[in-house]
Design a protein around this ligand. Structure first.
Ligand code: PLP
Length: 448
């Protein structure tokens, strides 16, 4: 079929091997999205749904933003591609300057990647390159955390802590990685915001450092709020403790802000929200409002300077990069996004809307199949009670909510809710009402 004749419903579902999907189940009863505008999606059954997770945390500015479409179109007409090695184009430098105005401390040096996973891989490599530039090649170990999600490349799943990501690929994981325990404690039941207890879980970093020799550890990587495993909000004082231990032993601290970056917490970055500055930071998703893939790594001036100083003039200082690192079309989308962030004071908007969203989210705690709720800023996680086997309750509730007209992501038995920042209160009400309907229908179906 030529692309001109393409319809929204394909003739065959057989050939596409879908990512992170129950392919067999999906192909018996497909869910196709045909249109998106603002906070709403349309399904191939012609039904309207509200987007309660900003896609995969990517579209906080809403779908179908004209400003982004126009910027991308203009860029494609002017310069569709410029190879990024040993040459460049102006836009990527302009974008780096604008991103560096938002990043905390002196994280002013910006490296472009293709997505969140490649941003994380790049951050790990930069950590290694930095220590090597200081003559410390023995610092090769990394510390990650249980229930962390950092993407799907080998480095990402090695430092990540989701068991299903690791099991199949155990034989090819990176060596020298240790994991701290996660911060979700049994007493963290229906806690909105930062839990009071659990900061001592950061002591795991010191214990690992002492066990393996702190002089061998390159970096510790965490998501400030673990997003994909259900909005695990850091206990008060936890991130600062990690920072202190890293400083004590010369370990770099990497914050993976692929989800928390660009306003999700109500500040531009979680590191700013919590007042803890990492050495390296990753971002992706909302950087382009999700419409063109792009990942970004920001690092401290000192890291860049050290890597530069270690190489003679004319040599490639960091042997790393991607065909699509900072390509014009992604940069054009990201610059348009930056304009909207400023024009609509979008982080402030997220901050102001957050209490209303959190109140709505926690109003669902009376539902009998709800095990727990957590939330911070414009992020929330609803744990469903176990239903015969892990993952079943999450998937069945997702499907029931899809029917009820609310779309989001479910990981295992957790429903991940992350509304767009352009939402008005009435949209938050609609999300919560439809979640209540979808969850209630799921409960009824279990009883029948
Ligand atoms: N890091 C975090 C914290 C994420 O949540 C994700 C994806 O959800 C990634 C990295 C990987 O990003 P991508 O899917 O763009 O590779």
């Amino acid at each position: 079929m030529s692309s001109e004749n393409r319809t929204s419903v394909p003739n065959s579902l057989n050939e596409h091997w879908m990512p992170f999907t129950s392919n067999k189940d999906f192909k018996q009863n497909p869910r196709l999205i045909t249109e998106a505008k603002g906070v709403y999606l349309k399904t191939h059954h012609g039904k309207t749904q509200i987007d309660a997770s900003s896609g995969l945390f990517c579209n906080p500015l809403g779908h179908g933003r004209k400003e982004i479409t126009e910027a991308v179109t203009k860029q494609l007409e002017t310069l569709d591609y410029a190879q990024p090695f040993q040459q460049g184009f102006g836009g990527s430098f302009e974008l780096a300057t604008r991103i560096s105005k938002h990043t905390p401390g002196d994280l002013n040096k910006i490296f472009y990647t293709i997505c969140g996973s490649t941003a994380v891989e790049t951050a790990l490599k930069i950590a290694i390159a930095y220590h090597r530039s200081k003559g410390k090649a023995e610092r090769f170990r990394f510390v990650g955390r249980e229930r962390g999600y950092h993407g799907m490349n080998i480095g990402c799943i090695s430092v990540g802590g989701m068991i299903n990501n690791v099991k199949t690929f155990a034989s090819v994981l990176m060596p020298g990685v240790q994991h701290m325990r996660h911060t979700h404690l049994p007493e963290h039941k229906f806690v909105s915001g930062q839990p009071e207890t659990g900061a001592d879980r950061a002591d795991d970093l010191e214990r690992i450092a002492i066990n393996f020799g702190p002089e061998n550890i390159a970096a510790c990587i965490v998501e400030p709020i673990a997003g994909s495993t259900g909005t695990l909000v850091p206990p008060k004082g936890y991130l600062q403790k990690l920072r202190d231990t890293c400083d004590k032993y010369g370990i770099l601290l990497i914050f993976d802000e692929v989800i928390t970056g660009w306003g999700r917490t109500g500040s531009s970055f979680a590191s700013i929200e919590y007042g803890v500055t990492p050495d390296i930071m990753t971002m992706a998703k909302a950087t382009t409002n999700g419409v063109v893939p792009m990942g970004v790594v920001a690092c401290r001036d000192e890291i860049y300077d050290s890597v530069m100083d270690a190489s003679p003039m004319g040599s490639v200082e960091l042997f790393h990069g991607y065909t699509y690192s900072g390509i014009p079309v992604a940069v054009a989308a990201a610059l348009a996004v930056q304009d909207i962030f400023e024009k609509e004071d979008i982080f402030e908007r997220a901050k102001n809307l957050a209490p209303y969203f959190q109140k709505g989210l926690f109003s669902l705690q009376d539902l009998e199949s709800v095990e727990n709720i957590r939330g911070y800023g414009m992020m929330g996680g609803i744990d469903m009670k176990l239903n015969s086997k892990p993952g079943k309750a999450g998937y069945e509730t997702f499907k029931s909510c899809y029917e009820a007209g609310v779309n989001f992501k479910a990981t295992g038995d957790c429903l991940i809710i992350a509304p767009q920042f352009i939402c008005e209160k009435k949209h938050i009400d609609e999300i919560i009402d439809k979640l209540r309907t979808g969850i209630t229908n799921y409960q009824k179906n279990q009883k029948n």
